[in-house]
Design a protein around this ligand. Structure first.
Ligand code: ATP
Ligand code: MG
Length: 626
């Protein structure tokens, strides 16, 4: 808890200079408030002294007294004018206070979100394997808000409350130490109640945040999977599931409100107790003052005394106390938010502390243009808590070579490719680029040399041009055009209404599966990468387009290393060598011709395709698609 508090405060401390204007404005506003209350108290004493010959004389603050020639009306009107002016200025002060306050807290929010986002971009893929989208999104939204409210509370409100308390206390103690002490009787009780509230609700807030995670996750999945849900007629069940999760979150919120509901009245009761005590003790002090003044007048002196307080002073006390109880409520509010903020901070810092296992090495190797030799040395890999996916994989891809990787679905092909880009690191053995372990390469350089086409196409909500020119290098239209030419995409792009400037993706035009796939190929080619990785990148295009893409790629492949996961024989035949994977092991390496002459998985699968090509009407043989 203390560690969390320290870390939250350290975050707020980074923005200490933004907090200065808030503090200045606030202290000024509170002083104006105090002056206005004193003015009102003075008016009461003036009225009383005029109305009642026995009442004590008003005591003029700072010895500022109107000339004796002024009439009662003139005196009261002047005091009224000053009070009015003070109120107007302090009204403006309150506006400035809100404004500067928001300015400070928004800076904190943006800073926190930026830190989270930076971390998000650095975290390795295994993090996303075991955290769902809901958890991550909630950290950016509710958790950040909870922490912001607390930082704002502590940095600003608490400080303001303490400053006000200090200023008022000095004034109150000067007027009457007894009354001041009496007014504080309820404070300890109020703080005990708050403390208890904090302790009992922190775990509940954590549960609440997790329930909201689940809700966001369900929502996100419902949006992403809307087609499947509708097609399978599962809308009702999905809605019921969502309702259930929403109800659970609601119930937890209600449990929390109950906790707030039982604690707040106790705190307010404390405030009322203070008011009662003020009236009782204050009233008695006013009477004391009156009697002393009368006695002084009777013995021939001035009608005034230092015993007790005047009615005006009691009024000032009451105003200050109202202000103070507002401030105390603020402090209470800060403490009341603490459990939620701590729960949020716990999750945020947990995320920020998440270990980045795949990161820039200490002494990164860089090379402007590597030869493109890739070697796997006894590579083994398993996903966290999973069975081995790759075992003892060893082979070398020479510069400029095209190697195809084939194997049954789930045999580990995509996983193998992901090790080259360091989306994961092998659990055993090494992957080398140009004879250097990829873990020693500068991450940016390594990934910059790769043109990666993922098995799952993903395009951004942006123009066609920007989707293709997505890499780190600023690309001209011609370079983009060359890439789309090779990917056989230029024709269909030109047919789009806006051509290369058409917005595609979630917020724009929807493209067909094959069109999307061709854009991702163009994106991989656009940066002229030394190594081209195509993971099942041609599955969605028709055979004629596939052949055209292959032909366009042929000259481009000449001076780059190409690794291609494919099933179709037409593609496999073009490869210099083929690596056959089975259950994470290499079971064959060779050219199409060589592999066909050996008995095994490859030959079997190839023969099925050949039979289909020669006898298109024949029933498919056992074994299905490779
Ligand atoms: P396909 O031809 O269907 O694309 P593949 O050969 O590319 O298959 P991989 O995606 O590499 O196969 O998956 C290999 C194995 O690893 C599978 O058993 C799969 O269940 C598992 N696997 C893949 N991704 C993950 C992941 N993120 N977390 C845990 N296990 C995974
Ligand atoms: Mg795959």
């Amino acid at each position: 808890m203390l560690v969390l508090l320290r870390r939250i405060m350290a975050l707020a401390w980074d923005h200490k200079y933004s907090a200065i204007p808030v503090l200045i404005v606030t202290v000024a506003t509170q002083l104006l408030m105090l002056a206005s209350a004193i003015g009102q108290g003075l008016a009461i004493d003036v009225i009383r002294a005029t109305a009642d010959q026995n009442a004590p004389e008003p005591s003029w603050p700072l010895g500022i007294q109107p000339p004796a020639s002024w009439s009662f009306t003139a005196t009261i009107a002047s005091i009224g004018a000053v009070v009015l002016l003070l109120s107007i200025v302090s009204g403006a002060g309150r506006f400035a206070q809100r404004y500067t306050d928001e300015w400070f807290s928004q800076r904190c929010v943006i800073d926190l979100r930026t830190r989270l986002y930076r971390k998000l971009q650095r975290l390795d893929f295994s993090f996303f394997d075991d955290h769902d989208t809901g958890q991550v999104i909630n950290r950016f939204t509710s958790d950040v808000q909870a922490v912001r409210a607390f930082m704002q509370g502590v940095m600003i409100r608490l400080v303001i409350a303490l400053v006000t308390l200090g200023v008022f206390l000095v004034f109150m103690l000067r007027e009457s130490a007894l009354l001041t002490v009496v007014c504080m009787v309820a404070l300890p009780i109020q703080f005990i109640v708050i403390w208890h509230y904090g302790r009992s609700t922190k775990p509940k807030f954590k549960v609440q945040a997790e329930l909201v995670d689940g809700l966001i996750h369900k929502l996100q999945e419902a949006i992403a999977g809307i087609r499947v849900i509708r097609a399978f007629g599962r809308a009702r069940e999905q809605t019921a599931g969502f309702d259930e999760a929403a109800a659970e979150a609601r119930d937890q919120r209600i449990r929390l409100s109950k906790s707030v509901g039982t604690h707040i009245p106790m705190i307010q009761a404390g405030g009322m107790l203070t008011a009662a005590v003020l009236l009782g003790v204050g009233g008695w002090l006013v009477l004391q003052n009156q009697q002393a003044a009368e006695a002084a007048a009777a013995s021939g002196g001035v009608r005034a005394s230092d015993v007790g307080i005047t009615l005006g002073a009691l009024w000032v006390f009451r105003s200050l106390l109202l202000q103070l109880s507002g401030q105390v409520e603020t402090i209470i509010f800060v403490f009341a938010q603490a459990p939620e903020a701590f729960a949020g901070a716990d999750r945020i810092f947990g995320f920020l502390d998440e270990e980045v296992r795949i990161d820039q090495p200490a002494a990164p190797v860089d090379s402007a243009r590597p030869s493109g030799e890739i070697a796997f040395e006894n590579v083994g890999f398993a996903y966290p808590d999973g069975p081995p996916v790759l075992e003892n994989v060893s082979f070398t891809i020479h510069p400029g070579e095209t190697v195809a990787i084939v194997g049954r679905t789930g045999s580990g092909k995509s996983t193998l490719l992901s090790l080259i880009a360091r989306f994961h690191d092998p659990t055993e053995g090494r992957v080398l680029l140009d004879g250097v372990d990829v873990r020693e390469w500068s991450l940016d350089a390594l990934r910059g040399h790769l043109g990666y086409v993922f098995q799952e196409t993903f395009l951004f909500s942006n123009t066609v041009h920007n989707n293709v020119a997505f890499g780190p290098v600023q690309l001209e239209r011609d370079a983009v055009r060359a890439a789309t030419d090779a990917a056989q995409a230029t024709d269909f792009i030109n047919e789009l209404d806006g051509g290369f400037d058409t917005i595609i993706g979630e917020r724009g035009m929807d493209l067909s599966g094959g069109q999307r796939q061709r854009l991702t190929i163009a994106r991989a080619l656009a940066n002229d990468p030394k190594i081209l990785i195509l993971d099942d990148a041609l599955t969605a295009v028709d055979p004629i387009t596939e052949t055209r893409i292959q032909e366009a790629l042929d000259p481009l492949r000449r001076d780059r290393t190409t690794i291609i996961v494919a099933h179709r024989l037409s593609t496999l035949r073009r490869a210099d060598r083929i690596v056959v994977l089975d259950a994470g092991r290499v079971v064959g390496v060779g050219t199409h011709r060589e592999l066909m002459s050996e008995k095994g998985h490859y030959r079997e699968a190839a023969l099925i395709q050949l039979a289909m090509d020669e006898h298109p009407d024949a029933e498919p043989a056992e074994g299905g698609r490779q």
